[in-house]
Write a protein that binds this ligand. Sequence first.
Ligand code: SAM
Length: 268
Amino acid sequence: MSNKVHLGHTARKRFGQNFLTDQGVISSIVGAIAPDNNHVMVEIGPGLGALTEPVADMIDNLTVVELDRDLVKRLQYHPILKDKLTIHQGDALQFDFGQLQQAGKKMKVFGNLPYNISTPLMFHLFEFAEQIETMHFMLQKEVVLRLSASPGTKAYGRLTVMAQYYCQVVPVLEVPPESFTPAPKVDSAVIRLLPFEVKPWPCKDVHVLRHLVTTAFNMRRKTLRNNLKTLLSDEDFVTLQVDSSLRPEQISVPQYVAMANMLCDKKD
Ligand code: SAM
């Protein structure tokens, strides 16, 4: 099948370009995003504008971050969009989303994300969680399952713990490959991430939590005691009332936060 999808644009695999073409799916996503002028609306990877057009139609201004220079040019000359868009050409992974916040206005961030960078992009966005009201992302279904997984399941891992530390995670919609051109090889799904206003399990230093969780999941088949032996002693696990003979996927988010806070206290 040809990858030439729209007015001569050829989808670029290296930019993860799978353009949404199913109007029903587009309407459902826009409904979930609930665009409004009380938030700074931000789209990652607008592409040919499948979500950009209906969202921009509902608001005064939409900020977009797009890596592909050809697509940026098309947006700059788009007859309807050009007056509504603030366009940043560049890599969303390196983009300082904090600069977009306006006095009294949090961001609503959304996008049909390039799947090859979705996990690092998620970690990058968590750093701006306090300035974000909602995030809606189209992702590989497998990533949505990881984000929303419960302890004790195969999908539960580093991404799950960090996402659920920052956000309430709500799967919204499953989307089949035929809804895109070109069709991706995997199933997709839309997730809603709602950063907590007040974190249910506050951590004293999120960098410590991140390091601890990465270390814990280094070897999934080993016990927590084994994976964390350079960080926590048997005595620490007793104090924390965490069973160190369990595997990393059996440990809840508040338990990881409690371990990280103990490490922070030890450092002080
Ligand atoms: N939003 C469009 C749609 O739904 O049809 C396009 C989605 S397509 C899956 C991903 C989009 O992200 C493409 O426009 C691609 O060029 C852009 N993109 C890829 N890597 C990017 C990056 N690192 N930073 C910003 N945009 C990127």
